[in-house]
Write a protein that binds this ligand. Sequence first.
Ligand code: UFG
Length: 329
Amino acid sequence: MKRILVTGGAGYIGSHVVKALGEAGYEVLTYDNLSTGNRWAVLSGRLVEGDLADRERLSRVVADFRPAAVMHFAAAIEVGESVTNPLKYYRNNTVNALNLIEVMREQRIDRMIFSSTAAVYGIPEVIPVAEGAPLAPINPYGASKMMTERLLADLDQADENFQYIALRYFNVAGADAQCRIGQDYKNPTHLITRALKTALGQFNQLQIFGTDYPTPDGTCIRDYIHVDDLAEAHLVALRHLGAGGRSGIYNCGYGHGFSVREVVEAAKKVTGIDFPVVEAARREGDPPNLIADNREIVAALGWKPRFDDLDYILRTAWDWERKLASRQG
Ligand code: UFG
């Protein structure tokens, strides 16, 4: 299991996994159309610029590289955009995944790690939410990922050689400890990124979306996971498949959460800046509380998180945001 093809390896999460794969001695080939990713973010192996919709090119790349496994990150990820432009999500996240999986099957590449999301649960009834909970996405983003999960499960049933791991990410944040890579979206919507960019003066104020939720302080609770711990989850999943392990679906989160107000307070403390914050209306489609039951990935794959610390997540993200700001001058 030494050669790994990584789609979307130039993106935020993909690039942290490419880095971890390189450090662990894997030979990596990143396939990325650079629509949101960056060439400089690929710290290990080769980058081939290509689109998953370009089946011929993808086929050639897979045939030349002959990966032992494929990690599939390339996707569109904005919940709000998925509501206004659903077809983009079904094309990027479902149809392109099908393309990739068909190319893999044609060439007998039969190990895959798939980036899924907690958005497949919608508004879970039981918190922390376990993998067996009902899937009820409340936006096209979650639905597009759920459909790919279903496709993988059906293929797994039909073909005994095929094994996959789907990882359901909770709220991914933070950056590389050495500050070489981090989140760099054109339109950042995530709480931690917005808070830190507000501290830097790039936004006038941070809005808290909803203060009347049924939570202790009225704001939404999320399970924030450091991107390097998430990268490690991919490595343990890969080792599991490499050792002949079976297919599975695993939550990736720490099993506890923080409210929006708690994140804002921690961000003020870490940055030392009392940036402006205003209370605003609820944002559509936000579940009040989203926390992972992570016992499965710990027990079955031996995942050991190292950065379960909100201040560390914020510190690494803050260092990265300041670096980005100085680059942009
Ligand atoms: N929030 C604010 N102000 C902001 C930005 C966010 O109050 O400026 C709040 C949101 O309303 C939410 C919480 O902060 O309550 C977290 O929001 P994020 O946008 O950071 O993250 P989400 O929980 O919406 O998104 C994550 C993943 C998605 C996934 C979704 C599932 O990033 O990929 O969980 O619910 F689909």
